[in-house]
Design a protein around this ligand. Structure first.
Ligand SMILES: Cc1ncc(COP(=O)(O)O)c(C=O)c1O
Ligand SMILES: [Zn+2]
Length: 433
């Protein structure tokens, strides 16, 4: 069906036709109504969230696999499946993705996993979190719609990713964060030279403020990557699903453990897996998606455990600040996916987050930010509870770099000893071989 209706929630900077590659239209996740591609995010009929609908490539799976494998070692190898123009790789952007899928045998042993355990380590992205993937899509949409300022409401990582992408693309950026974030997040958001505004409040206050700004002349001409460009932005998380399957030799994993803040990433990983099945790029088989939250901000796991379809907002209080969204936009869709695939949503407390960060570092040499502590901690908890099957192939996401959240482990990660530079002193410290 062709695009029919232009939604009234448009904050359009241009009305000329746009080239976003295979993206054909926006479609409402609630009522299915389709809209022309534009900087809109809510259905004019029912206010449901919009997502990108595609004309996916035709041809045999073998041809498409070959085409992808011949592409660049970044997310643009999947350009035929993303809302971006065909020449996207030639434009100035951060070229994120194609991060390591680490076979975590030492961690597997510690957790009693007899199948294969992998860490998808997205700390290796240009600004050290998975957010570079989503921002790269929003940047193309911003260019297509003629925006000159890139903006966002952020729990920290997104602000840095937007600042860096705007710097590379030669756009202005102005990003908004809760005022009390970790030093590593603040510095990484400010260093790229854009405007950084701390809001006195939590993420949900920041998000509300940005929604107001977008409807005001003050926000005219601004592309908010996770508000008016959200349908495009969100598609970037599909690349995690594509990469995981390609790195597993074009196979679906049996189980995935994914962190949840707004829930966007988890829902788009599922969308990406479904597309790979539809295109015949992987063999269809059941997979389970498990969501991971911090106990101090667990609106989705609370709803999952209570058997509710509705997610009740919470006031966040956790060291996992990157996941501290008390009113997650995609919460109900996460519940659907966890239930449909036979997965679950679980949470861990701050102490378990710290223990899990140190467990991953000690066993695999990977230093995760608190969101990675949440996924590893939840994996451990679900194995111990017999919910996650230790005999299957499991992929756990680490979506950010531990250097951004040093405070979480600083107290318990210090020098073993401080000594004078002499062999006697070293001997006395009792650390010799
Ligand atoms: C490191 C990290 N992981 C995961 C997420 C979760 O993202 P989503 O809002 O798509 O659920 C975030 C969100 O800010 C994040 O910063
Ligand atoms: Zn609708």
């Amino acid at each position: 069906m062709a695009a029919q209706t232009v939604a009234s929630t448009s904050t359009s900077a241009t009305t000329t036709p746009v080239d976003l590659g295979p993206a054909a239209a926006l479609s409402c996740r609630e009522c299915g109504q389709r809209f022309e591609l534009g900087p809109i995010f809510a259905c004019a009929e029912c206010f449901g969230p919009l997502e990108v609908a595609y004309d996916l490539p035709s041809g045999s799976p073998e041809e498409l696999r070959k085409r992808i494998e011949a592409g660049p070692a970044n997310i643009w190898r999947y350009a035929p499946l993303l809302p971006v123009p065909a020449d996207v790789a030639d434009k100035p952007n951060l070229n994120p993705g194609w991060t390591k899928l680490v076979k975590a045998d030492n961690l597997a042993r510690e957790l009693g996993v007899t199948g294969s355990l992998f860490i998808k380590d997205d700390s290796g992205n240009p600004t050290h979190s998975f957010k570079d993937r989503v921002v790269a899509q929003a940047l193309e949409a911003a260019r297509a719609f003629g925006y000159t300022t890139l903006s966002c409401s952020s729990t920290g990582n997104l602000a840095g990713a937007v600042g860096a992408a705007a710097a590379r693309a030669g756009l202005r950026s102005c990003v908004f964060i809760p005022h009390d974030l970790e030093q590593g997040k603040v510095v990484m958001a400010a260093v790229y030279g854009g405007e950084l505004v701390g809001i006195e409040g939590n993420y949900d206050d920041v998000n509300r403020f940005c929604s107001e700004l977008i409807g005001d002349p003050l926000g005219e001409g601004w592309g908010f990557v996770n508000v008016n460009l959200r349908p495009y932005y969100a598609e970037g998380s599909k690349t995690l699903a594509y990469e995981i399957c390609e790195q597993l030799g074009w196979q679906l994993p049996d189980q995935l453990v994914v962190p949840i803040a707004s829930g966007s990433q988890l829902t788009k990983i599922d969308k990406g897996l479904q597309e790979l099945i539809k295109l015949g790029l992987v063999e269809d088989k059941p997979y389970k998606i498990f969501g991971a939250q911090a106990e101090g901000c667990s609106p989705v796991s609370t709803a999952f455990k209570a058997g509710h379809d509705v997610v009740r907002p919470q006031k966040p209080n956790t060291i996992a600040k990157s996941l501290a969204i008390g009113n997650p936009a995609d919460g109900p869709y996460v519940l659907d996916i966890a239930r449909r695939t036979g997965g679950a949503v679980e949470d861990v407390n701050d102490e378990q987050v710290v223990d899990a960060i140190k467990l991953l570092a000690r066993t695999e040499g990977i230093f995760a930010e608190t969101a990675g502590g949440v996924t590893v901690g939840v994996t451990k908890k679900l194995i111990e509870a017999g919910v996650l099957d230790p005999a299957l192939t499991t992929v756990v996401l680490n979506t950010g770099d531990g250097l951004k959240t040093l405070d979480a482990v600083a107290d318990t990660s210090q020098a073993t000893a401080v000594i004078r530079p002499s062999l006697d002193a070293f001997r006395a410290a009792g650390l010799a071989g």
